[in-house]
Structures are given as structure tokens and as C-alpha cells.
Design a binder for this molecule. Structure first.
Ligand code: MD6
Ligand code: FE
Length: 205
């Protein structure tokens, strides 16, 4: 695992957020649901890039289109490709950027990102908005965990051993950032946006 606190300065964060807001207007948030039970997640999601991660009663998967509008996902912002090129060490571009929006009170249970075909690529996460408490453990659910805060502008990569580690978000610290304030229509309660860049299929050749 690698953590890059404050990798994006406030101006970079604001520019990236404006690009993500544009993507959200083309590909509105949807409420993911647990496979089988249909229980809703407390976060809402959308994606950009050639593939997007979705979850519904049928299961977890990557697909090229939005589950409600049927449209292709919006393009991945160039700025995210540059971050991936600078930090991933992977010889190909990311194929999916999952956008998670946490209202105050939303959380993400412990999980492993396991729906990709190529585990040699890291998963790169960008935090925007309110600070969150991130927890990471080992490859078995019962392994001990440690927790740390992710703040707006921080970048974290799950690489190597931790690529298959359990991780999640226990809570937000509401009101710790004003980054989302200009978009009060979309985010009336503030909150946090997390972007995760993923390579899904192996680079060929
Ligand atoms: C979050 N992050 O930060 C949830 N997954 O809101 C993740 O689930 C995650 O941060 C894979 C790699 C990095 C992550
Ligand atoms: Fe994850």
C-alpha cells in the first residue's frame, strides 16, 4: 500500500471535482444493491472510462454502459490518466473510474476489490471532500486491521500484497472540507467523493 497525503493541492482538487461533476451530469448517480438480497448500499455511484463497476441483484460486474440510462460511461478525465501514469507503475491505462459519493453517515463495509481480471495492476484511490476513516486488513476477513484518515487531495494505492486485502470506510467526519460547497444542488449535505481507478483486463501483447 502507498499513501500520498495531499498529493493534489486545493486548485487541482477543485479542477478534478468540476470534471467529475460534468461526468455526473452525463451519468447520474445510481444506488448499487447487494447481490441476491437487493439491499441498497449507503453510497451512490457512477463511473467514467470505457468500463464501469455496477452491483445489483444479479451480482457485481464491469460493463460499458450505465445501468439506468444505457449510455456509455463518460470519458475518463485526462487529469486522472496523468495521475495513473505518474503513480501506478502499470503499462497501460486504467479502464474504469468508479465514483462513490458518501453523504454524512454513509459507509462502506469491509470488502476486497476482486472483480478485475488483472491483479498486477494497483487500485488507485483519490479522496475529495470530507475526511473519512479508512480501514485496511489482510487477505482474510479475520486478519487484524489498521485505520487511518483519508482527507481531500490524498491518494492511496492498493498494490502488491494489499491489492487483495480487505478494506472499507467506517465513517466520515462531516464538515471537514468545503470542496463540495459550490455544488450544493448535487451535494446539499456536503460529504465525500472517492474515485478509484482500476485496470480490469490485462494489457495484451
Ligand atoms: C473509499 N475505497 O475510499 C473506498 N478500493 O471510499 C475503496 O474501496 C478502495 O480506496 C480499492 C482501492 C482503494 C480504495
Ligand atoms: Fe475497494
Amino acid at each position: 500500500m502507498q499513501v500520498k497525503p495531499g498529493y493534489l493541492d486545493p486548485a487541482d482538487q477543485a479542477e478534478l471535482l468540476s470534471e467529475i461533476v460534468a461526468a455526473i451530469s452525463a451519468a447520474p448517480f445510481f444506488t448499487p444493491r447487494m447481490p441476491r438480497t437487493g439491499k441498497p448500499f449507503s453510497v451512490v455511484m457512477t463511473n467514467c472510462g470505457p468500463l464501469g463497476w455496477v452491483s445489483d441483484r444479479a451480482g457485481y460486474r464491469y460493463q460499458p454502459t450505465h445501468p439506468e440510462t444505457g449510455a456509455p460511461w463518460p470519458a475518463m478525465p485526462e487529469r486522472l490518466l496523468e495521475i495513473w501514469n505518474a503513480l501506478s507503475g502499470y503499462p497501460g491505462p486504467p479502464e474504469a473510474c468508479l465514483v462513490n459519493y458518501y453523504r454524512p453517515g454513509a459507509r462502506m463495509g469491509l470488502h476486497v476489490d476482486a472483480d478485475e481480471e488483472d491483479f498486477s495492476a494497483p487500485v488507485l484511490s483519490v479522496s475529495l471532500g470530507d475526511t473519512a476513516l479508512f480501514r485496511v486488513g489482510g487477505t482474510r476477513r479475520r486478519d487484524p486491521t489498521r485505520s487511518f484518515r483519508l482527507s481531500s487531495g490524498d491518494i492511496m494505492l492498493l498494490t502488491g500484497e494489499t491489492r487483495r486485502a480487505y478494506h472499507g470506510i467506517d465513517r466520515l467526519y462531516p464538515g471537514t472540507s468545503r470542496l463540495l460547497t459550490p455544488y450544493g444542488d448535487l451535494f446539499p449535505e456536503g460529504g465525500r467523493i472517492n474515485l478509484t481507478l482500476r485496470r480490469v483486463t490485462p494489457v495484451s501483447g
